[in-house]
Design a protein around this ligand. Structure first.
Ligand code: ATP
Length: 209
């Protein structure tokens, strides 16, 4: 009865920060950004699809993808962004599924799927619970500018390319408000994990059949 928990948020709202906190509670994390980088390595099938479409122009000298170049192309062109997703998403989903099965077989109580596009990609429907990491737009903007050393305009542009946090919250079973300090966030994380882990009562019910 392993729980699969989806973790998402807006750009710079604190998803990675919360993910690190969850990991400290000994709960495995499946990081979709990491998988997205793995499936486009030169020996992987998505790589071939990408090079066939975008040409070798988007490769670095060592044959790996020029991620900055690719990012520029898809940033300004939705058709290209959708195509890139079409090449990579099936492989990312397959890797996620493999890991979920692995953690299930090895008897983990819960696993957290950390992905920025949980809701946009429809994966939230497969989750036992959905956690959305929220912070006010003002703080989100401020932290983003500070972290990425970018202008307010660029930060706003990045934020507006995503589904607004206020929309994502509607899909959440739990909202973590990361507008406060890290201790405040840590407290909320611990609280939610207590609810998400199968309780003694659940185990008793399983044992009783
Ligand atoms: P992205 O979607 O871009 O990966 P994210 O949602 O993972 O962003 P983080 O990288 O976790 O966001 O946080 C954004 C920035 O804000 C980081 O520099 C982080 O150190 C800082 N930050 C996160 N939470 C807090 C907090 N509670 N107090 C102060 N700073 C914070």
């Amino acid at each position: 009865l392993m729980k699969v928990v989806g973790l998402t948020g807006g750009i710079g709202s604190g998803k990675s920060t919360v993910s690190r906190m969850i990991q400290k509670h000994n709960i495995p994390i499946i990081d979709s950004d990491l998988l997205a980088r793995e499936v486009v390595q030169p020996n992987k099938p998505a790589y071939k699809l990408i090079v066939n479409h975008f040409s070798r122009e988007i490769l670095l000298e060592d044959g790996t993808l020029d991620r900055a170049k690719l990012r520029n192309i898809i940033f300004s062109d939705e058709t290209q962004r959708k195509l890139l997703n079409k090449f990579t998403h099936p492989y990312i989903r397959r890797e996620i599924l493999k890991l979920v099965i692995w953690y299930w077989i090895t008897g983990k109580k819960a696993v957290v799927l950390d992905t920025p596009l949980l809701i946009e990609g429809g994966l939230h429907k497969l989750m036992g619970y959905v956690i959305v990491v929220y912070c006010s737009e003002q703080i989100q903007l401020h932290r983003l500018m500070e972290r990425d050393n970018c202008s307010e305009d660029v930060a706003r542009q990045c934020m507006s390319a995503q589904m607004p946090l206020k929309e994502k919250i509607k899909f959440a079973d739990f909202v973590i408000d990361n507008s406060g300090d890290l201790f405040e966030t840590e407290r909320q994380v611990a609280n939610i994990l207590n609810k998400v882990k199968p309780s003694l009562l659940n185990w008793l019910l399983i044992w009783l059949g």
